[in-house]
Write a protein that binds this ligand. Structure first.
Ligand code: ZN
Length: 115
């Protein structure tokens, strides 16, 4: 179902899926629920979330330029792993954004600034 994720990114949206049977959420979207095997429906990921955990990466594949930050953030009912545009701390508020990276659309997290 990741083709649906890429289609959503093209229109500036981030989507996951939710089980019609038990309500479990999946990101990226899955066809079948990992918990009960139920049918899934697509759902937009809320724009604002909170960082649950993160890691700074200093050694990586050639596709990325270290150091960079990977994080898992909670957006509503969805736990979403992704790269962060800047340094984050656990509990930070972030928003996901869609951007072009090396010719491919992908999403990343940006810290919400409080002034
Ligand atoms: Zn389920």
């Amino acid at each position: 179902m990741s083709s649906e994720l890429f289609a959503a990114l093209k229109t500036g949206r981030l989507i996951g899926s939710r089980c019609k049977n038990c309500g479990r959420t999946h990101f990226p979207p899955a066809r079948r629920c990992a918990r009960c095997g139920g049918e899934m429906q697509l759902e937009e990921i809320p724009k604002r979330g909170v960082v649950l955990t993160f890691s700074e990466v200093y050694v990586s594949s050639p596709a990325f330029t270290p150091p960079y930050v990977v994080a898992i953030a909670q957006f509503g009912d969805f736990k979403v792993p992704g790269m962060a545009a800047d340094k984050v701390e656990i509990g930070d508020e972030v928003e996901w954004e869609v951007a072009d990276r090396h010719g491919n659309l992908w999403y990343f997290f940006r810290t919400v600034k409080h002034y």
